[in-house]
Design a protein around this ligand. Structure first.
Ligand SMILES: Cc1cc2nc3c(=O)[nH]c(=O)nc-3n(C[C@H](O)[C@H](O)[C@H](O)COP(=O)(O)OP(=O)(O)OC[C@H]3O[C@@H](n4cnc5c(N)ncnc54)[C@H](O)[C@@H]3O)c2cc1C
Length: 384
C-alpha cells in the first residue's frame, strides 16, 4: 500500500510518540501530518519545577517545527471539527483528509466549573497561572495556602500532592514554613484511589509528616469571594489566602460532537488496540477513557498516552506493510512521585489486573528523582 496519509491530531505526549514511531516505521512515500494549535511542547511535570523554582520554562520547551526536519508535516491550526467517517478534519485553514486518523487531543480543563475560581484561584495545571503563582509566592510569608482538586477526572493524580510536598520544602528553605498553614483537599475518599491503599497511605503519611492538613471527600462547589472561602458540597467552608486548584477535566467539545464518544464523556476505544468505533480511526491518551475492573478508570498520564501511541503506530505500520499487528496495550504505566528533599518514589502500575490494579512503590530515593529528570530529557531528545 503506497502513498498513505496519516493525520495525527494533537502534538502532545501521544501525538509526538505516534509521529516519531510512524516516521521511523514507514518510508517517505507515506505522509505523516501532525496538527496542533500550539507551536511548542513542554511536559506537564515541568510546571511543578517552575512553580518551585527548580527549573525554568525554556530548558524544557521545544518547537514542534523541529519535526519537519525528520520528515513529519506539521500544521499549526485550530481543529474545529472531526469527521471520523471520512477520516477528515476541519481547521481554520481548511480541510485535511487522511487514510488513518490518530486522535491525541488531550483533555480540557473546566476552570469555570467552580464558581469564582477564575479570578480568585490559581490553576495549578495552567502555565500562565503557575508562573503568576510562583511570582506571588516570592512574597508569601504568612497565611493559609490551600491546594485543591476541584473535580474529577484529572490527569496525573499524584501531581497536586507533589505540589504540596515541594511547596512545603520551598517555604522551609525560605524559613517561612511556620507562618503558613497548608491544606490539601480532594473530592475522593483517599489521596490516590486508583493507585490503591499503599500509595494513598504513603501520600497521606507524608502530608502528615510535613504538617499539611488533608481533607478527603470534600467537593468544592464555589468560592465565596467576600470571605475568601472555598465552599464544599456539605456547606462547610475552608478559608484561604492563596488557592491553587486543579479543575476537573473534560473531553474537547469538537471530539464529543464528532460521535467518537458514542454519547458518553470520552472517546470509546478498544483498550488493547485503541481502535475507535470508526474504521482506521484511533484515539490515545487523555481524550480516551478506559474503565478498569475495580470500577476506577485508567489514570490519565503521559506514559499511558505514549504506550498507547506506540501500539497504534505499530498497528498502522503493520497494516500498511501487510503484516499482522504485533503489539497490544497492556495497561502498564509508571511515574516518579516527588516527595520533596530531592527524592521521589517510583510507582509501577499494572492497571488491567483483575479484580484490581497491582501497584508497586519503591522507597523514596534521590535515584528515582534523577530518573524523573531523565524521563523528560530522554523523551525530548527522542521526539525532537
Ligand atoms: C503538573 C502535571 C504533572 C504531570 N506529570 C506527569 C508525569 O510525571 N508523568 C506522566 O506520565 N504524565 C504527567 N502528567 C500528565 C500528562 O501531561 C498528560 O497525561 C499527557 O500530556 C497526555 O497526553 P495526550 O497526548 O493525551 O494530550 P496532551 O499532551 O495534552 O496533548 C494534546 C495536544 O492537542 C492539542 N489540541 C487540543 N485541542 C486542539 C484543537 N482543537 N486544535 C489543535 N490542537 C489541539 C493541544 O494543544 C495539545 O498539544 C502531568 C500533567 C501535569 C499538568
Amino acid at each position: 500500500m503506497a502513498g498513505k496519509r496519516i493525520l495525527i491530531l494533537g502534538g502532545g505526549f501521544g501525538g509526538l510518540t505516534a509521529a516519531n514511531a510512524l516516521r521511523r516505521a514507514l518510508d517517505s512515500s507515506h505522509t505523516i501530518t501532525l496538527i496542533d494549535r500550539r507551536r511548542e511542547f513542554m511536559m506537564g511535570l515541568r510546571k511543578l519545577w517552575i512553580l518551585t523554582g527548580q527549573s525554568d520554562r525554556e530548558s524544557g520547551t521545544r518547537s514542534l517545527e523541529l519535526l519537519r526536519a525528520k520528515g513529519v508535516e506539521v500544521v499549526f491550526e485550530e481543529i474545529t471539527a472531526i469527521d471520523p467517517k471520512a477520516r477528515a478534519v476541519e481547521t481554520r485553514g481548511g480541510r485535511l483528509e487522511g487514510d488513518y486518523l490518530v486522535i491525541a487531543l488531550g483533555a480540557e480543563l473546566t476552570a469555570q466549573a467552580v464558581q469564582n475560581f477564575v479570578g480568585l484561584g490559581y490553576n495549578l495545571y495552567e502555565i500562565g497561572d503557575v508562573e503568576r503563582l510562583a511570582a506571588r509566592l516570592q512574597t508569601f510569608r504568612q497565611g493559609r495556602l490551600a491546594i485543591g482538586i476541584l473535580g474529577l477526572p484529572y490527569k496525573c493524580p499524584p501531581a497536586p500532592y507533589e505540589a504540596a510536598f515541594l511547596l512545603h520544602d520551598l517555604f522551609a528553605t525560605r524559613k517561612v514554613r511556620e507562618g503558613i498553614e497548608m491544606t490539601v483537599f480532594t473530592p475522593q475518599p483517599t489521596a490516590l484511589p486508583v493507585a490503591g491503599a499503599a500509595a494513598s497511605a504513603l501520600v497521606e503519611e507524608r502530608l502528615r509528616a510535613k504538617g499539611i492538613r488533608f481533607l478527603p471527600s470534600r467537593k468544592a462547589v464555589r468560592l465565596d469571594a467576600d470571605r475568601s472561602q472555598v465552599i464544599f458540597e456539605s456547606g462547610e467552608p475552608l478559608a484561604f489566602d492563596l488557592l491553587a486548584g486543579v479543575p476537573a477535566h473534560r473531553c474537547p467539545q469538537i471530539v464529543k460532537e464528532s460521535g467518537l464518544t458514542q454519547g458518553g464523556d470520552w472517546v470509546v476505544v478498544d483498550p488493547k488496540t485503541l481502535k475507535s468505533g470508526f474504521e482506521r480511526v484511533f484515539a490515545v491518551g487523555d481524550v480516551t477513557n478506559i474503565p478498569l475492573a475495580n470500577k476506577q478508570n485508567l489514570p490519565k498520564a503521559g506514559v499511558m498516552a505514549e504506550a498507547q501511541a506506540h501500539v497504534v503506530a505499530a498497528g498502522i505500520a503493520a497494516e500498511i506493510q501487510g503484516r499482522a499487528a504485533e503489539k497490544e496495550f497492556d495497561g502498564r504505566g509508571y511515574c516518579f512521585l516527588e516527595v520533596g528533599g530531592g527524592e521521589a518514589v517510583a510507582v509501577q502500575g499494572n492497571f488491567f489486573v483483575v479484580p484490581s490494579p497491582e501497584v508497586e512503590l519503591t522507597r523514596p530515593s534521590a535515584t528515582a528523582y534523577g530518573e524523573k529528570r531523565a524521563f523528560e530529557a530522554v523523551r525530548l531528545r527522542q521526539w525532537f
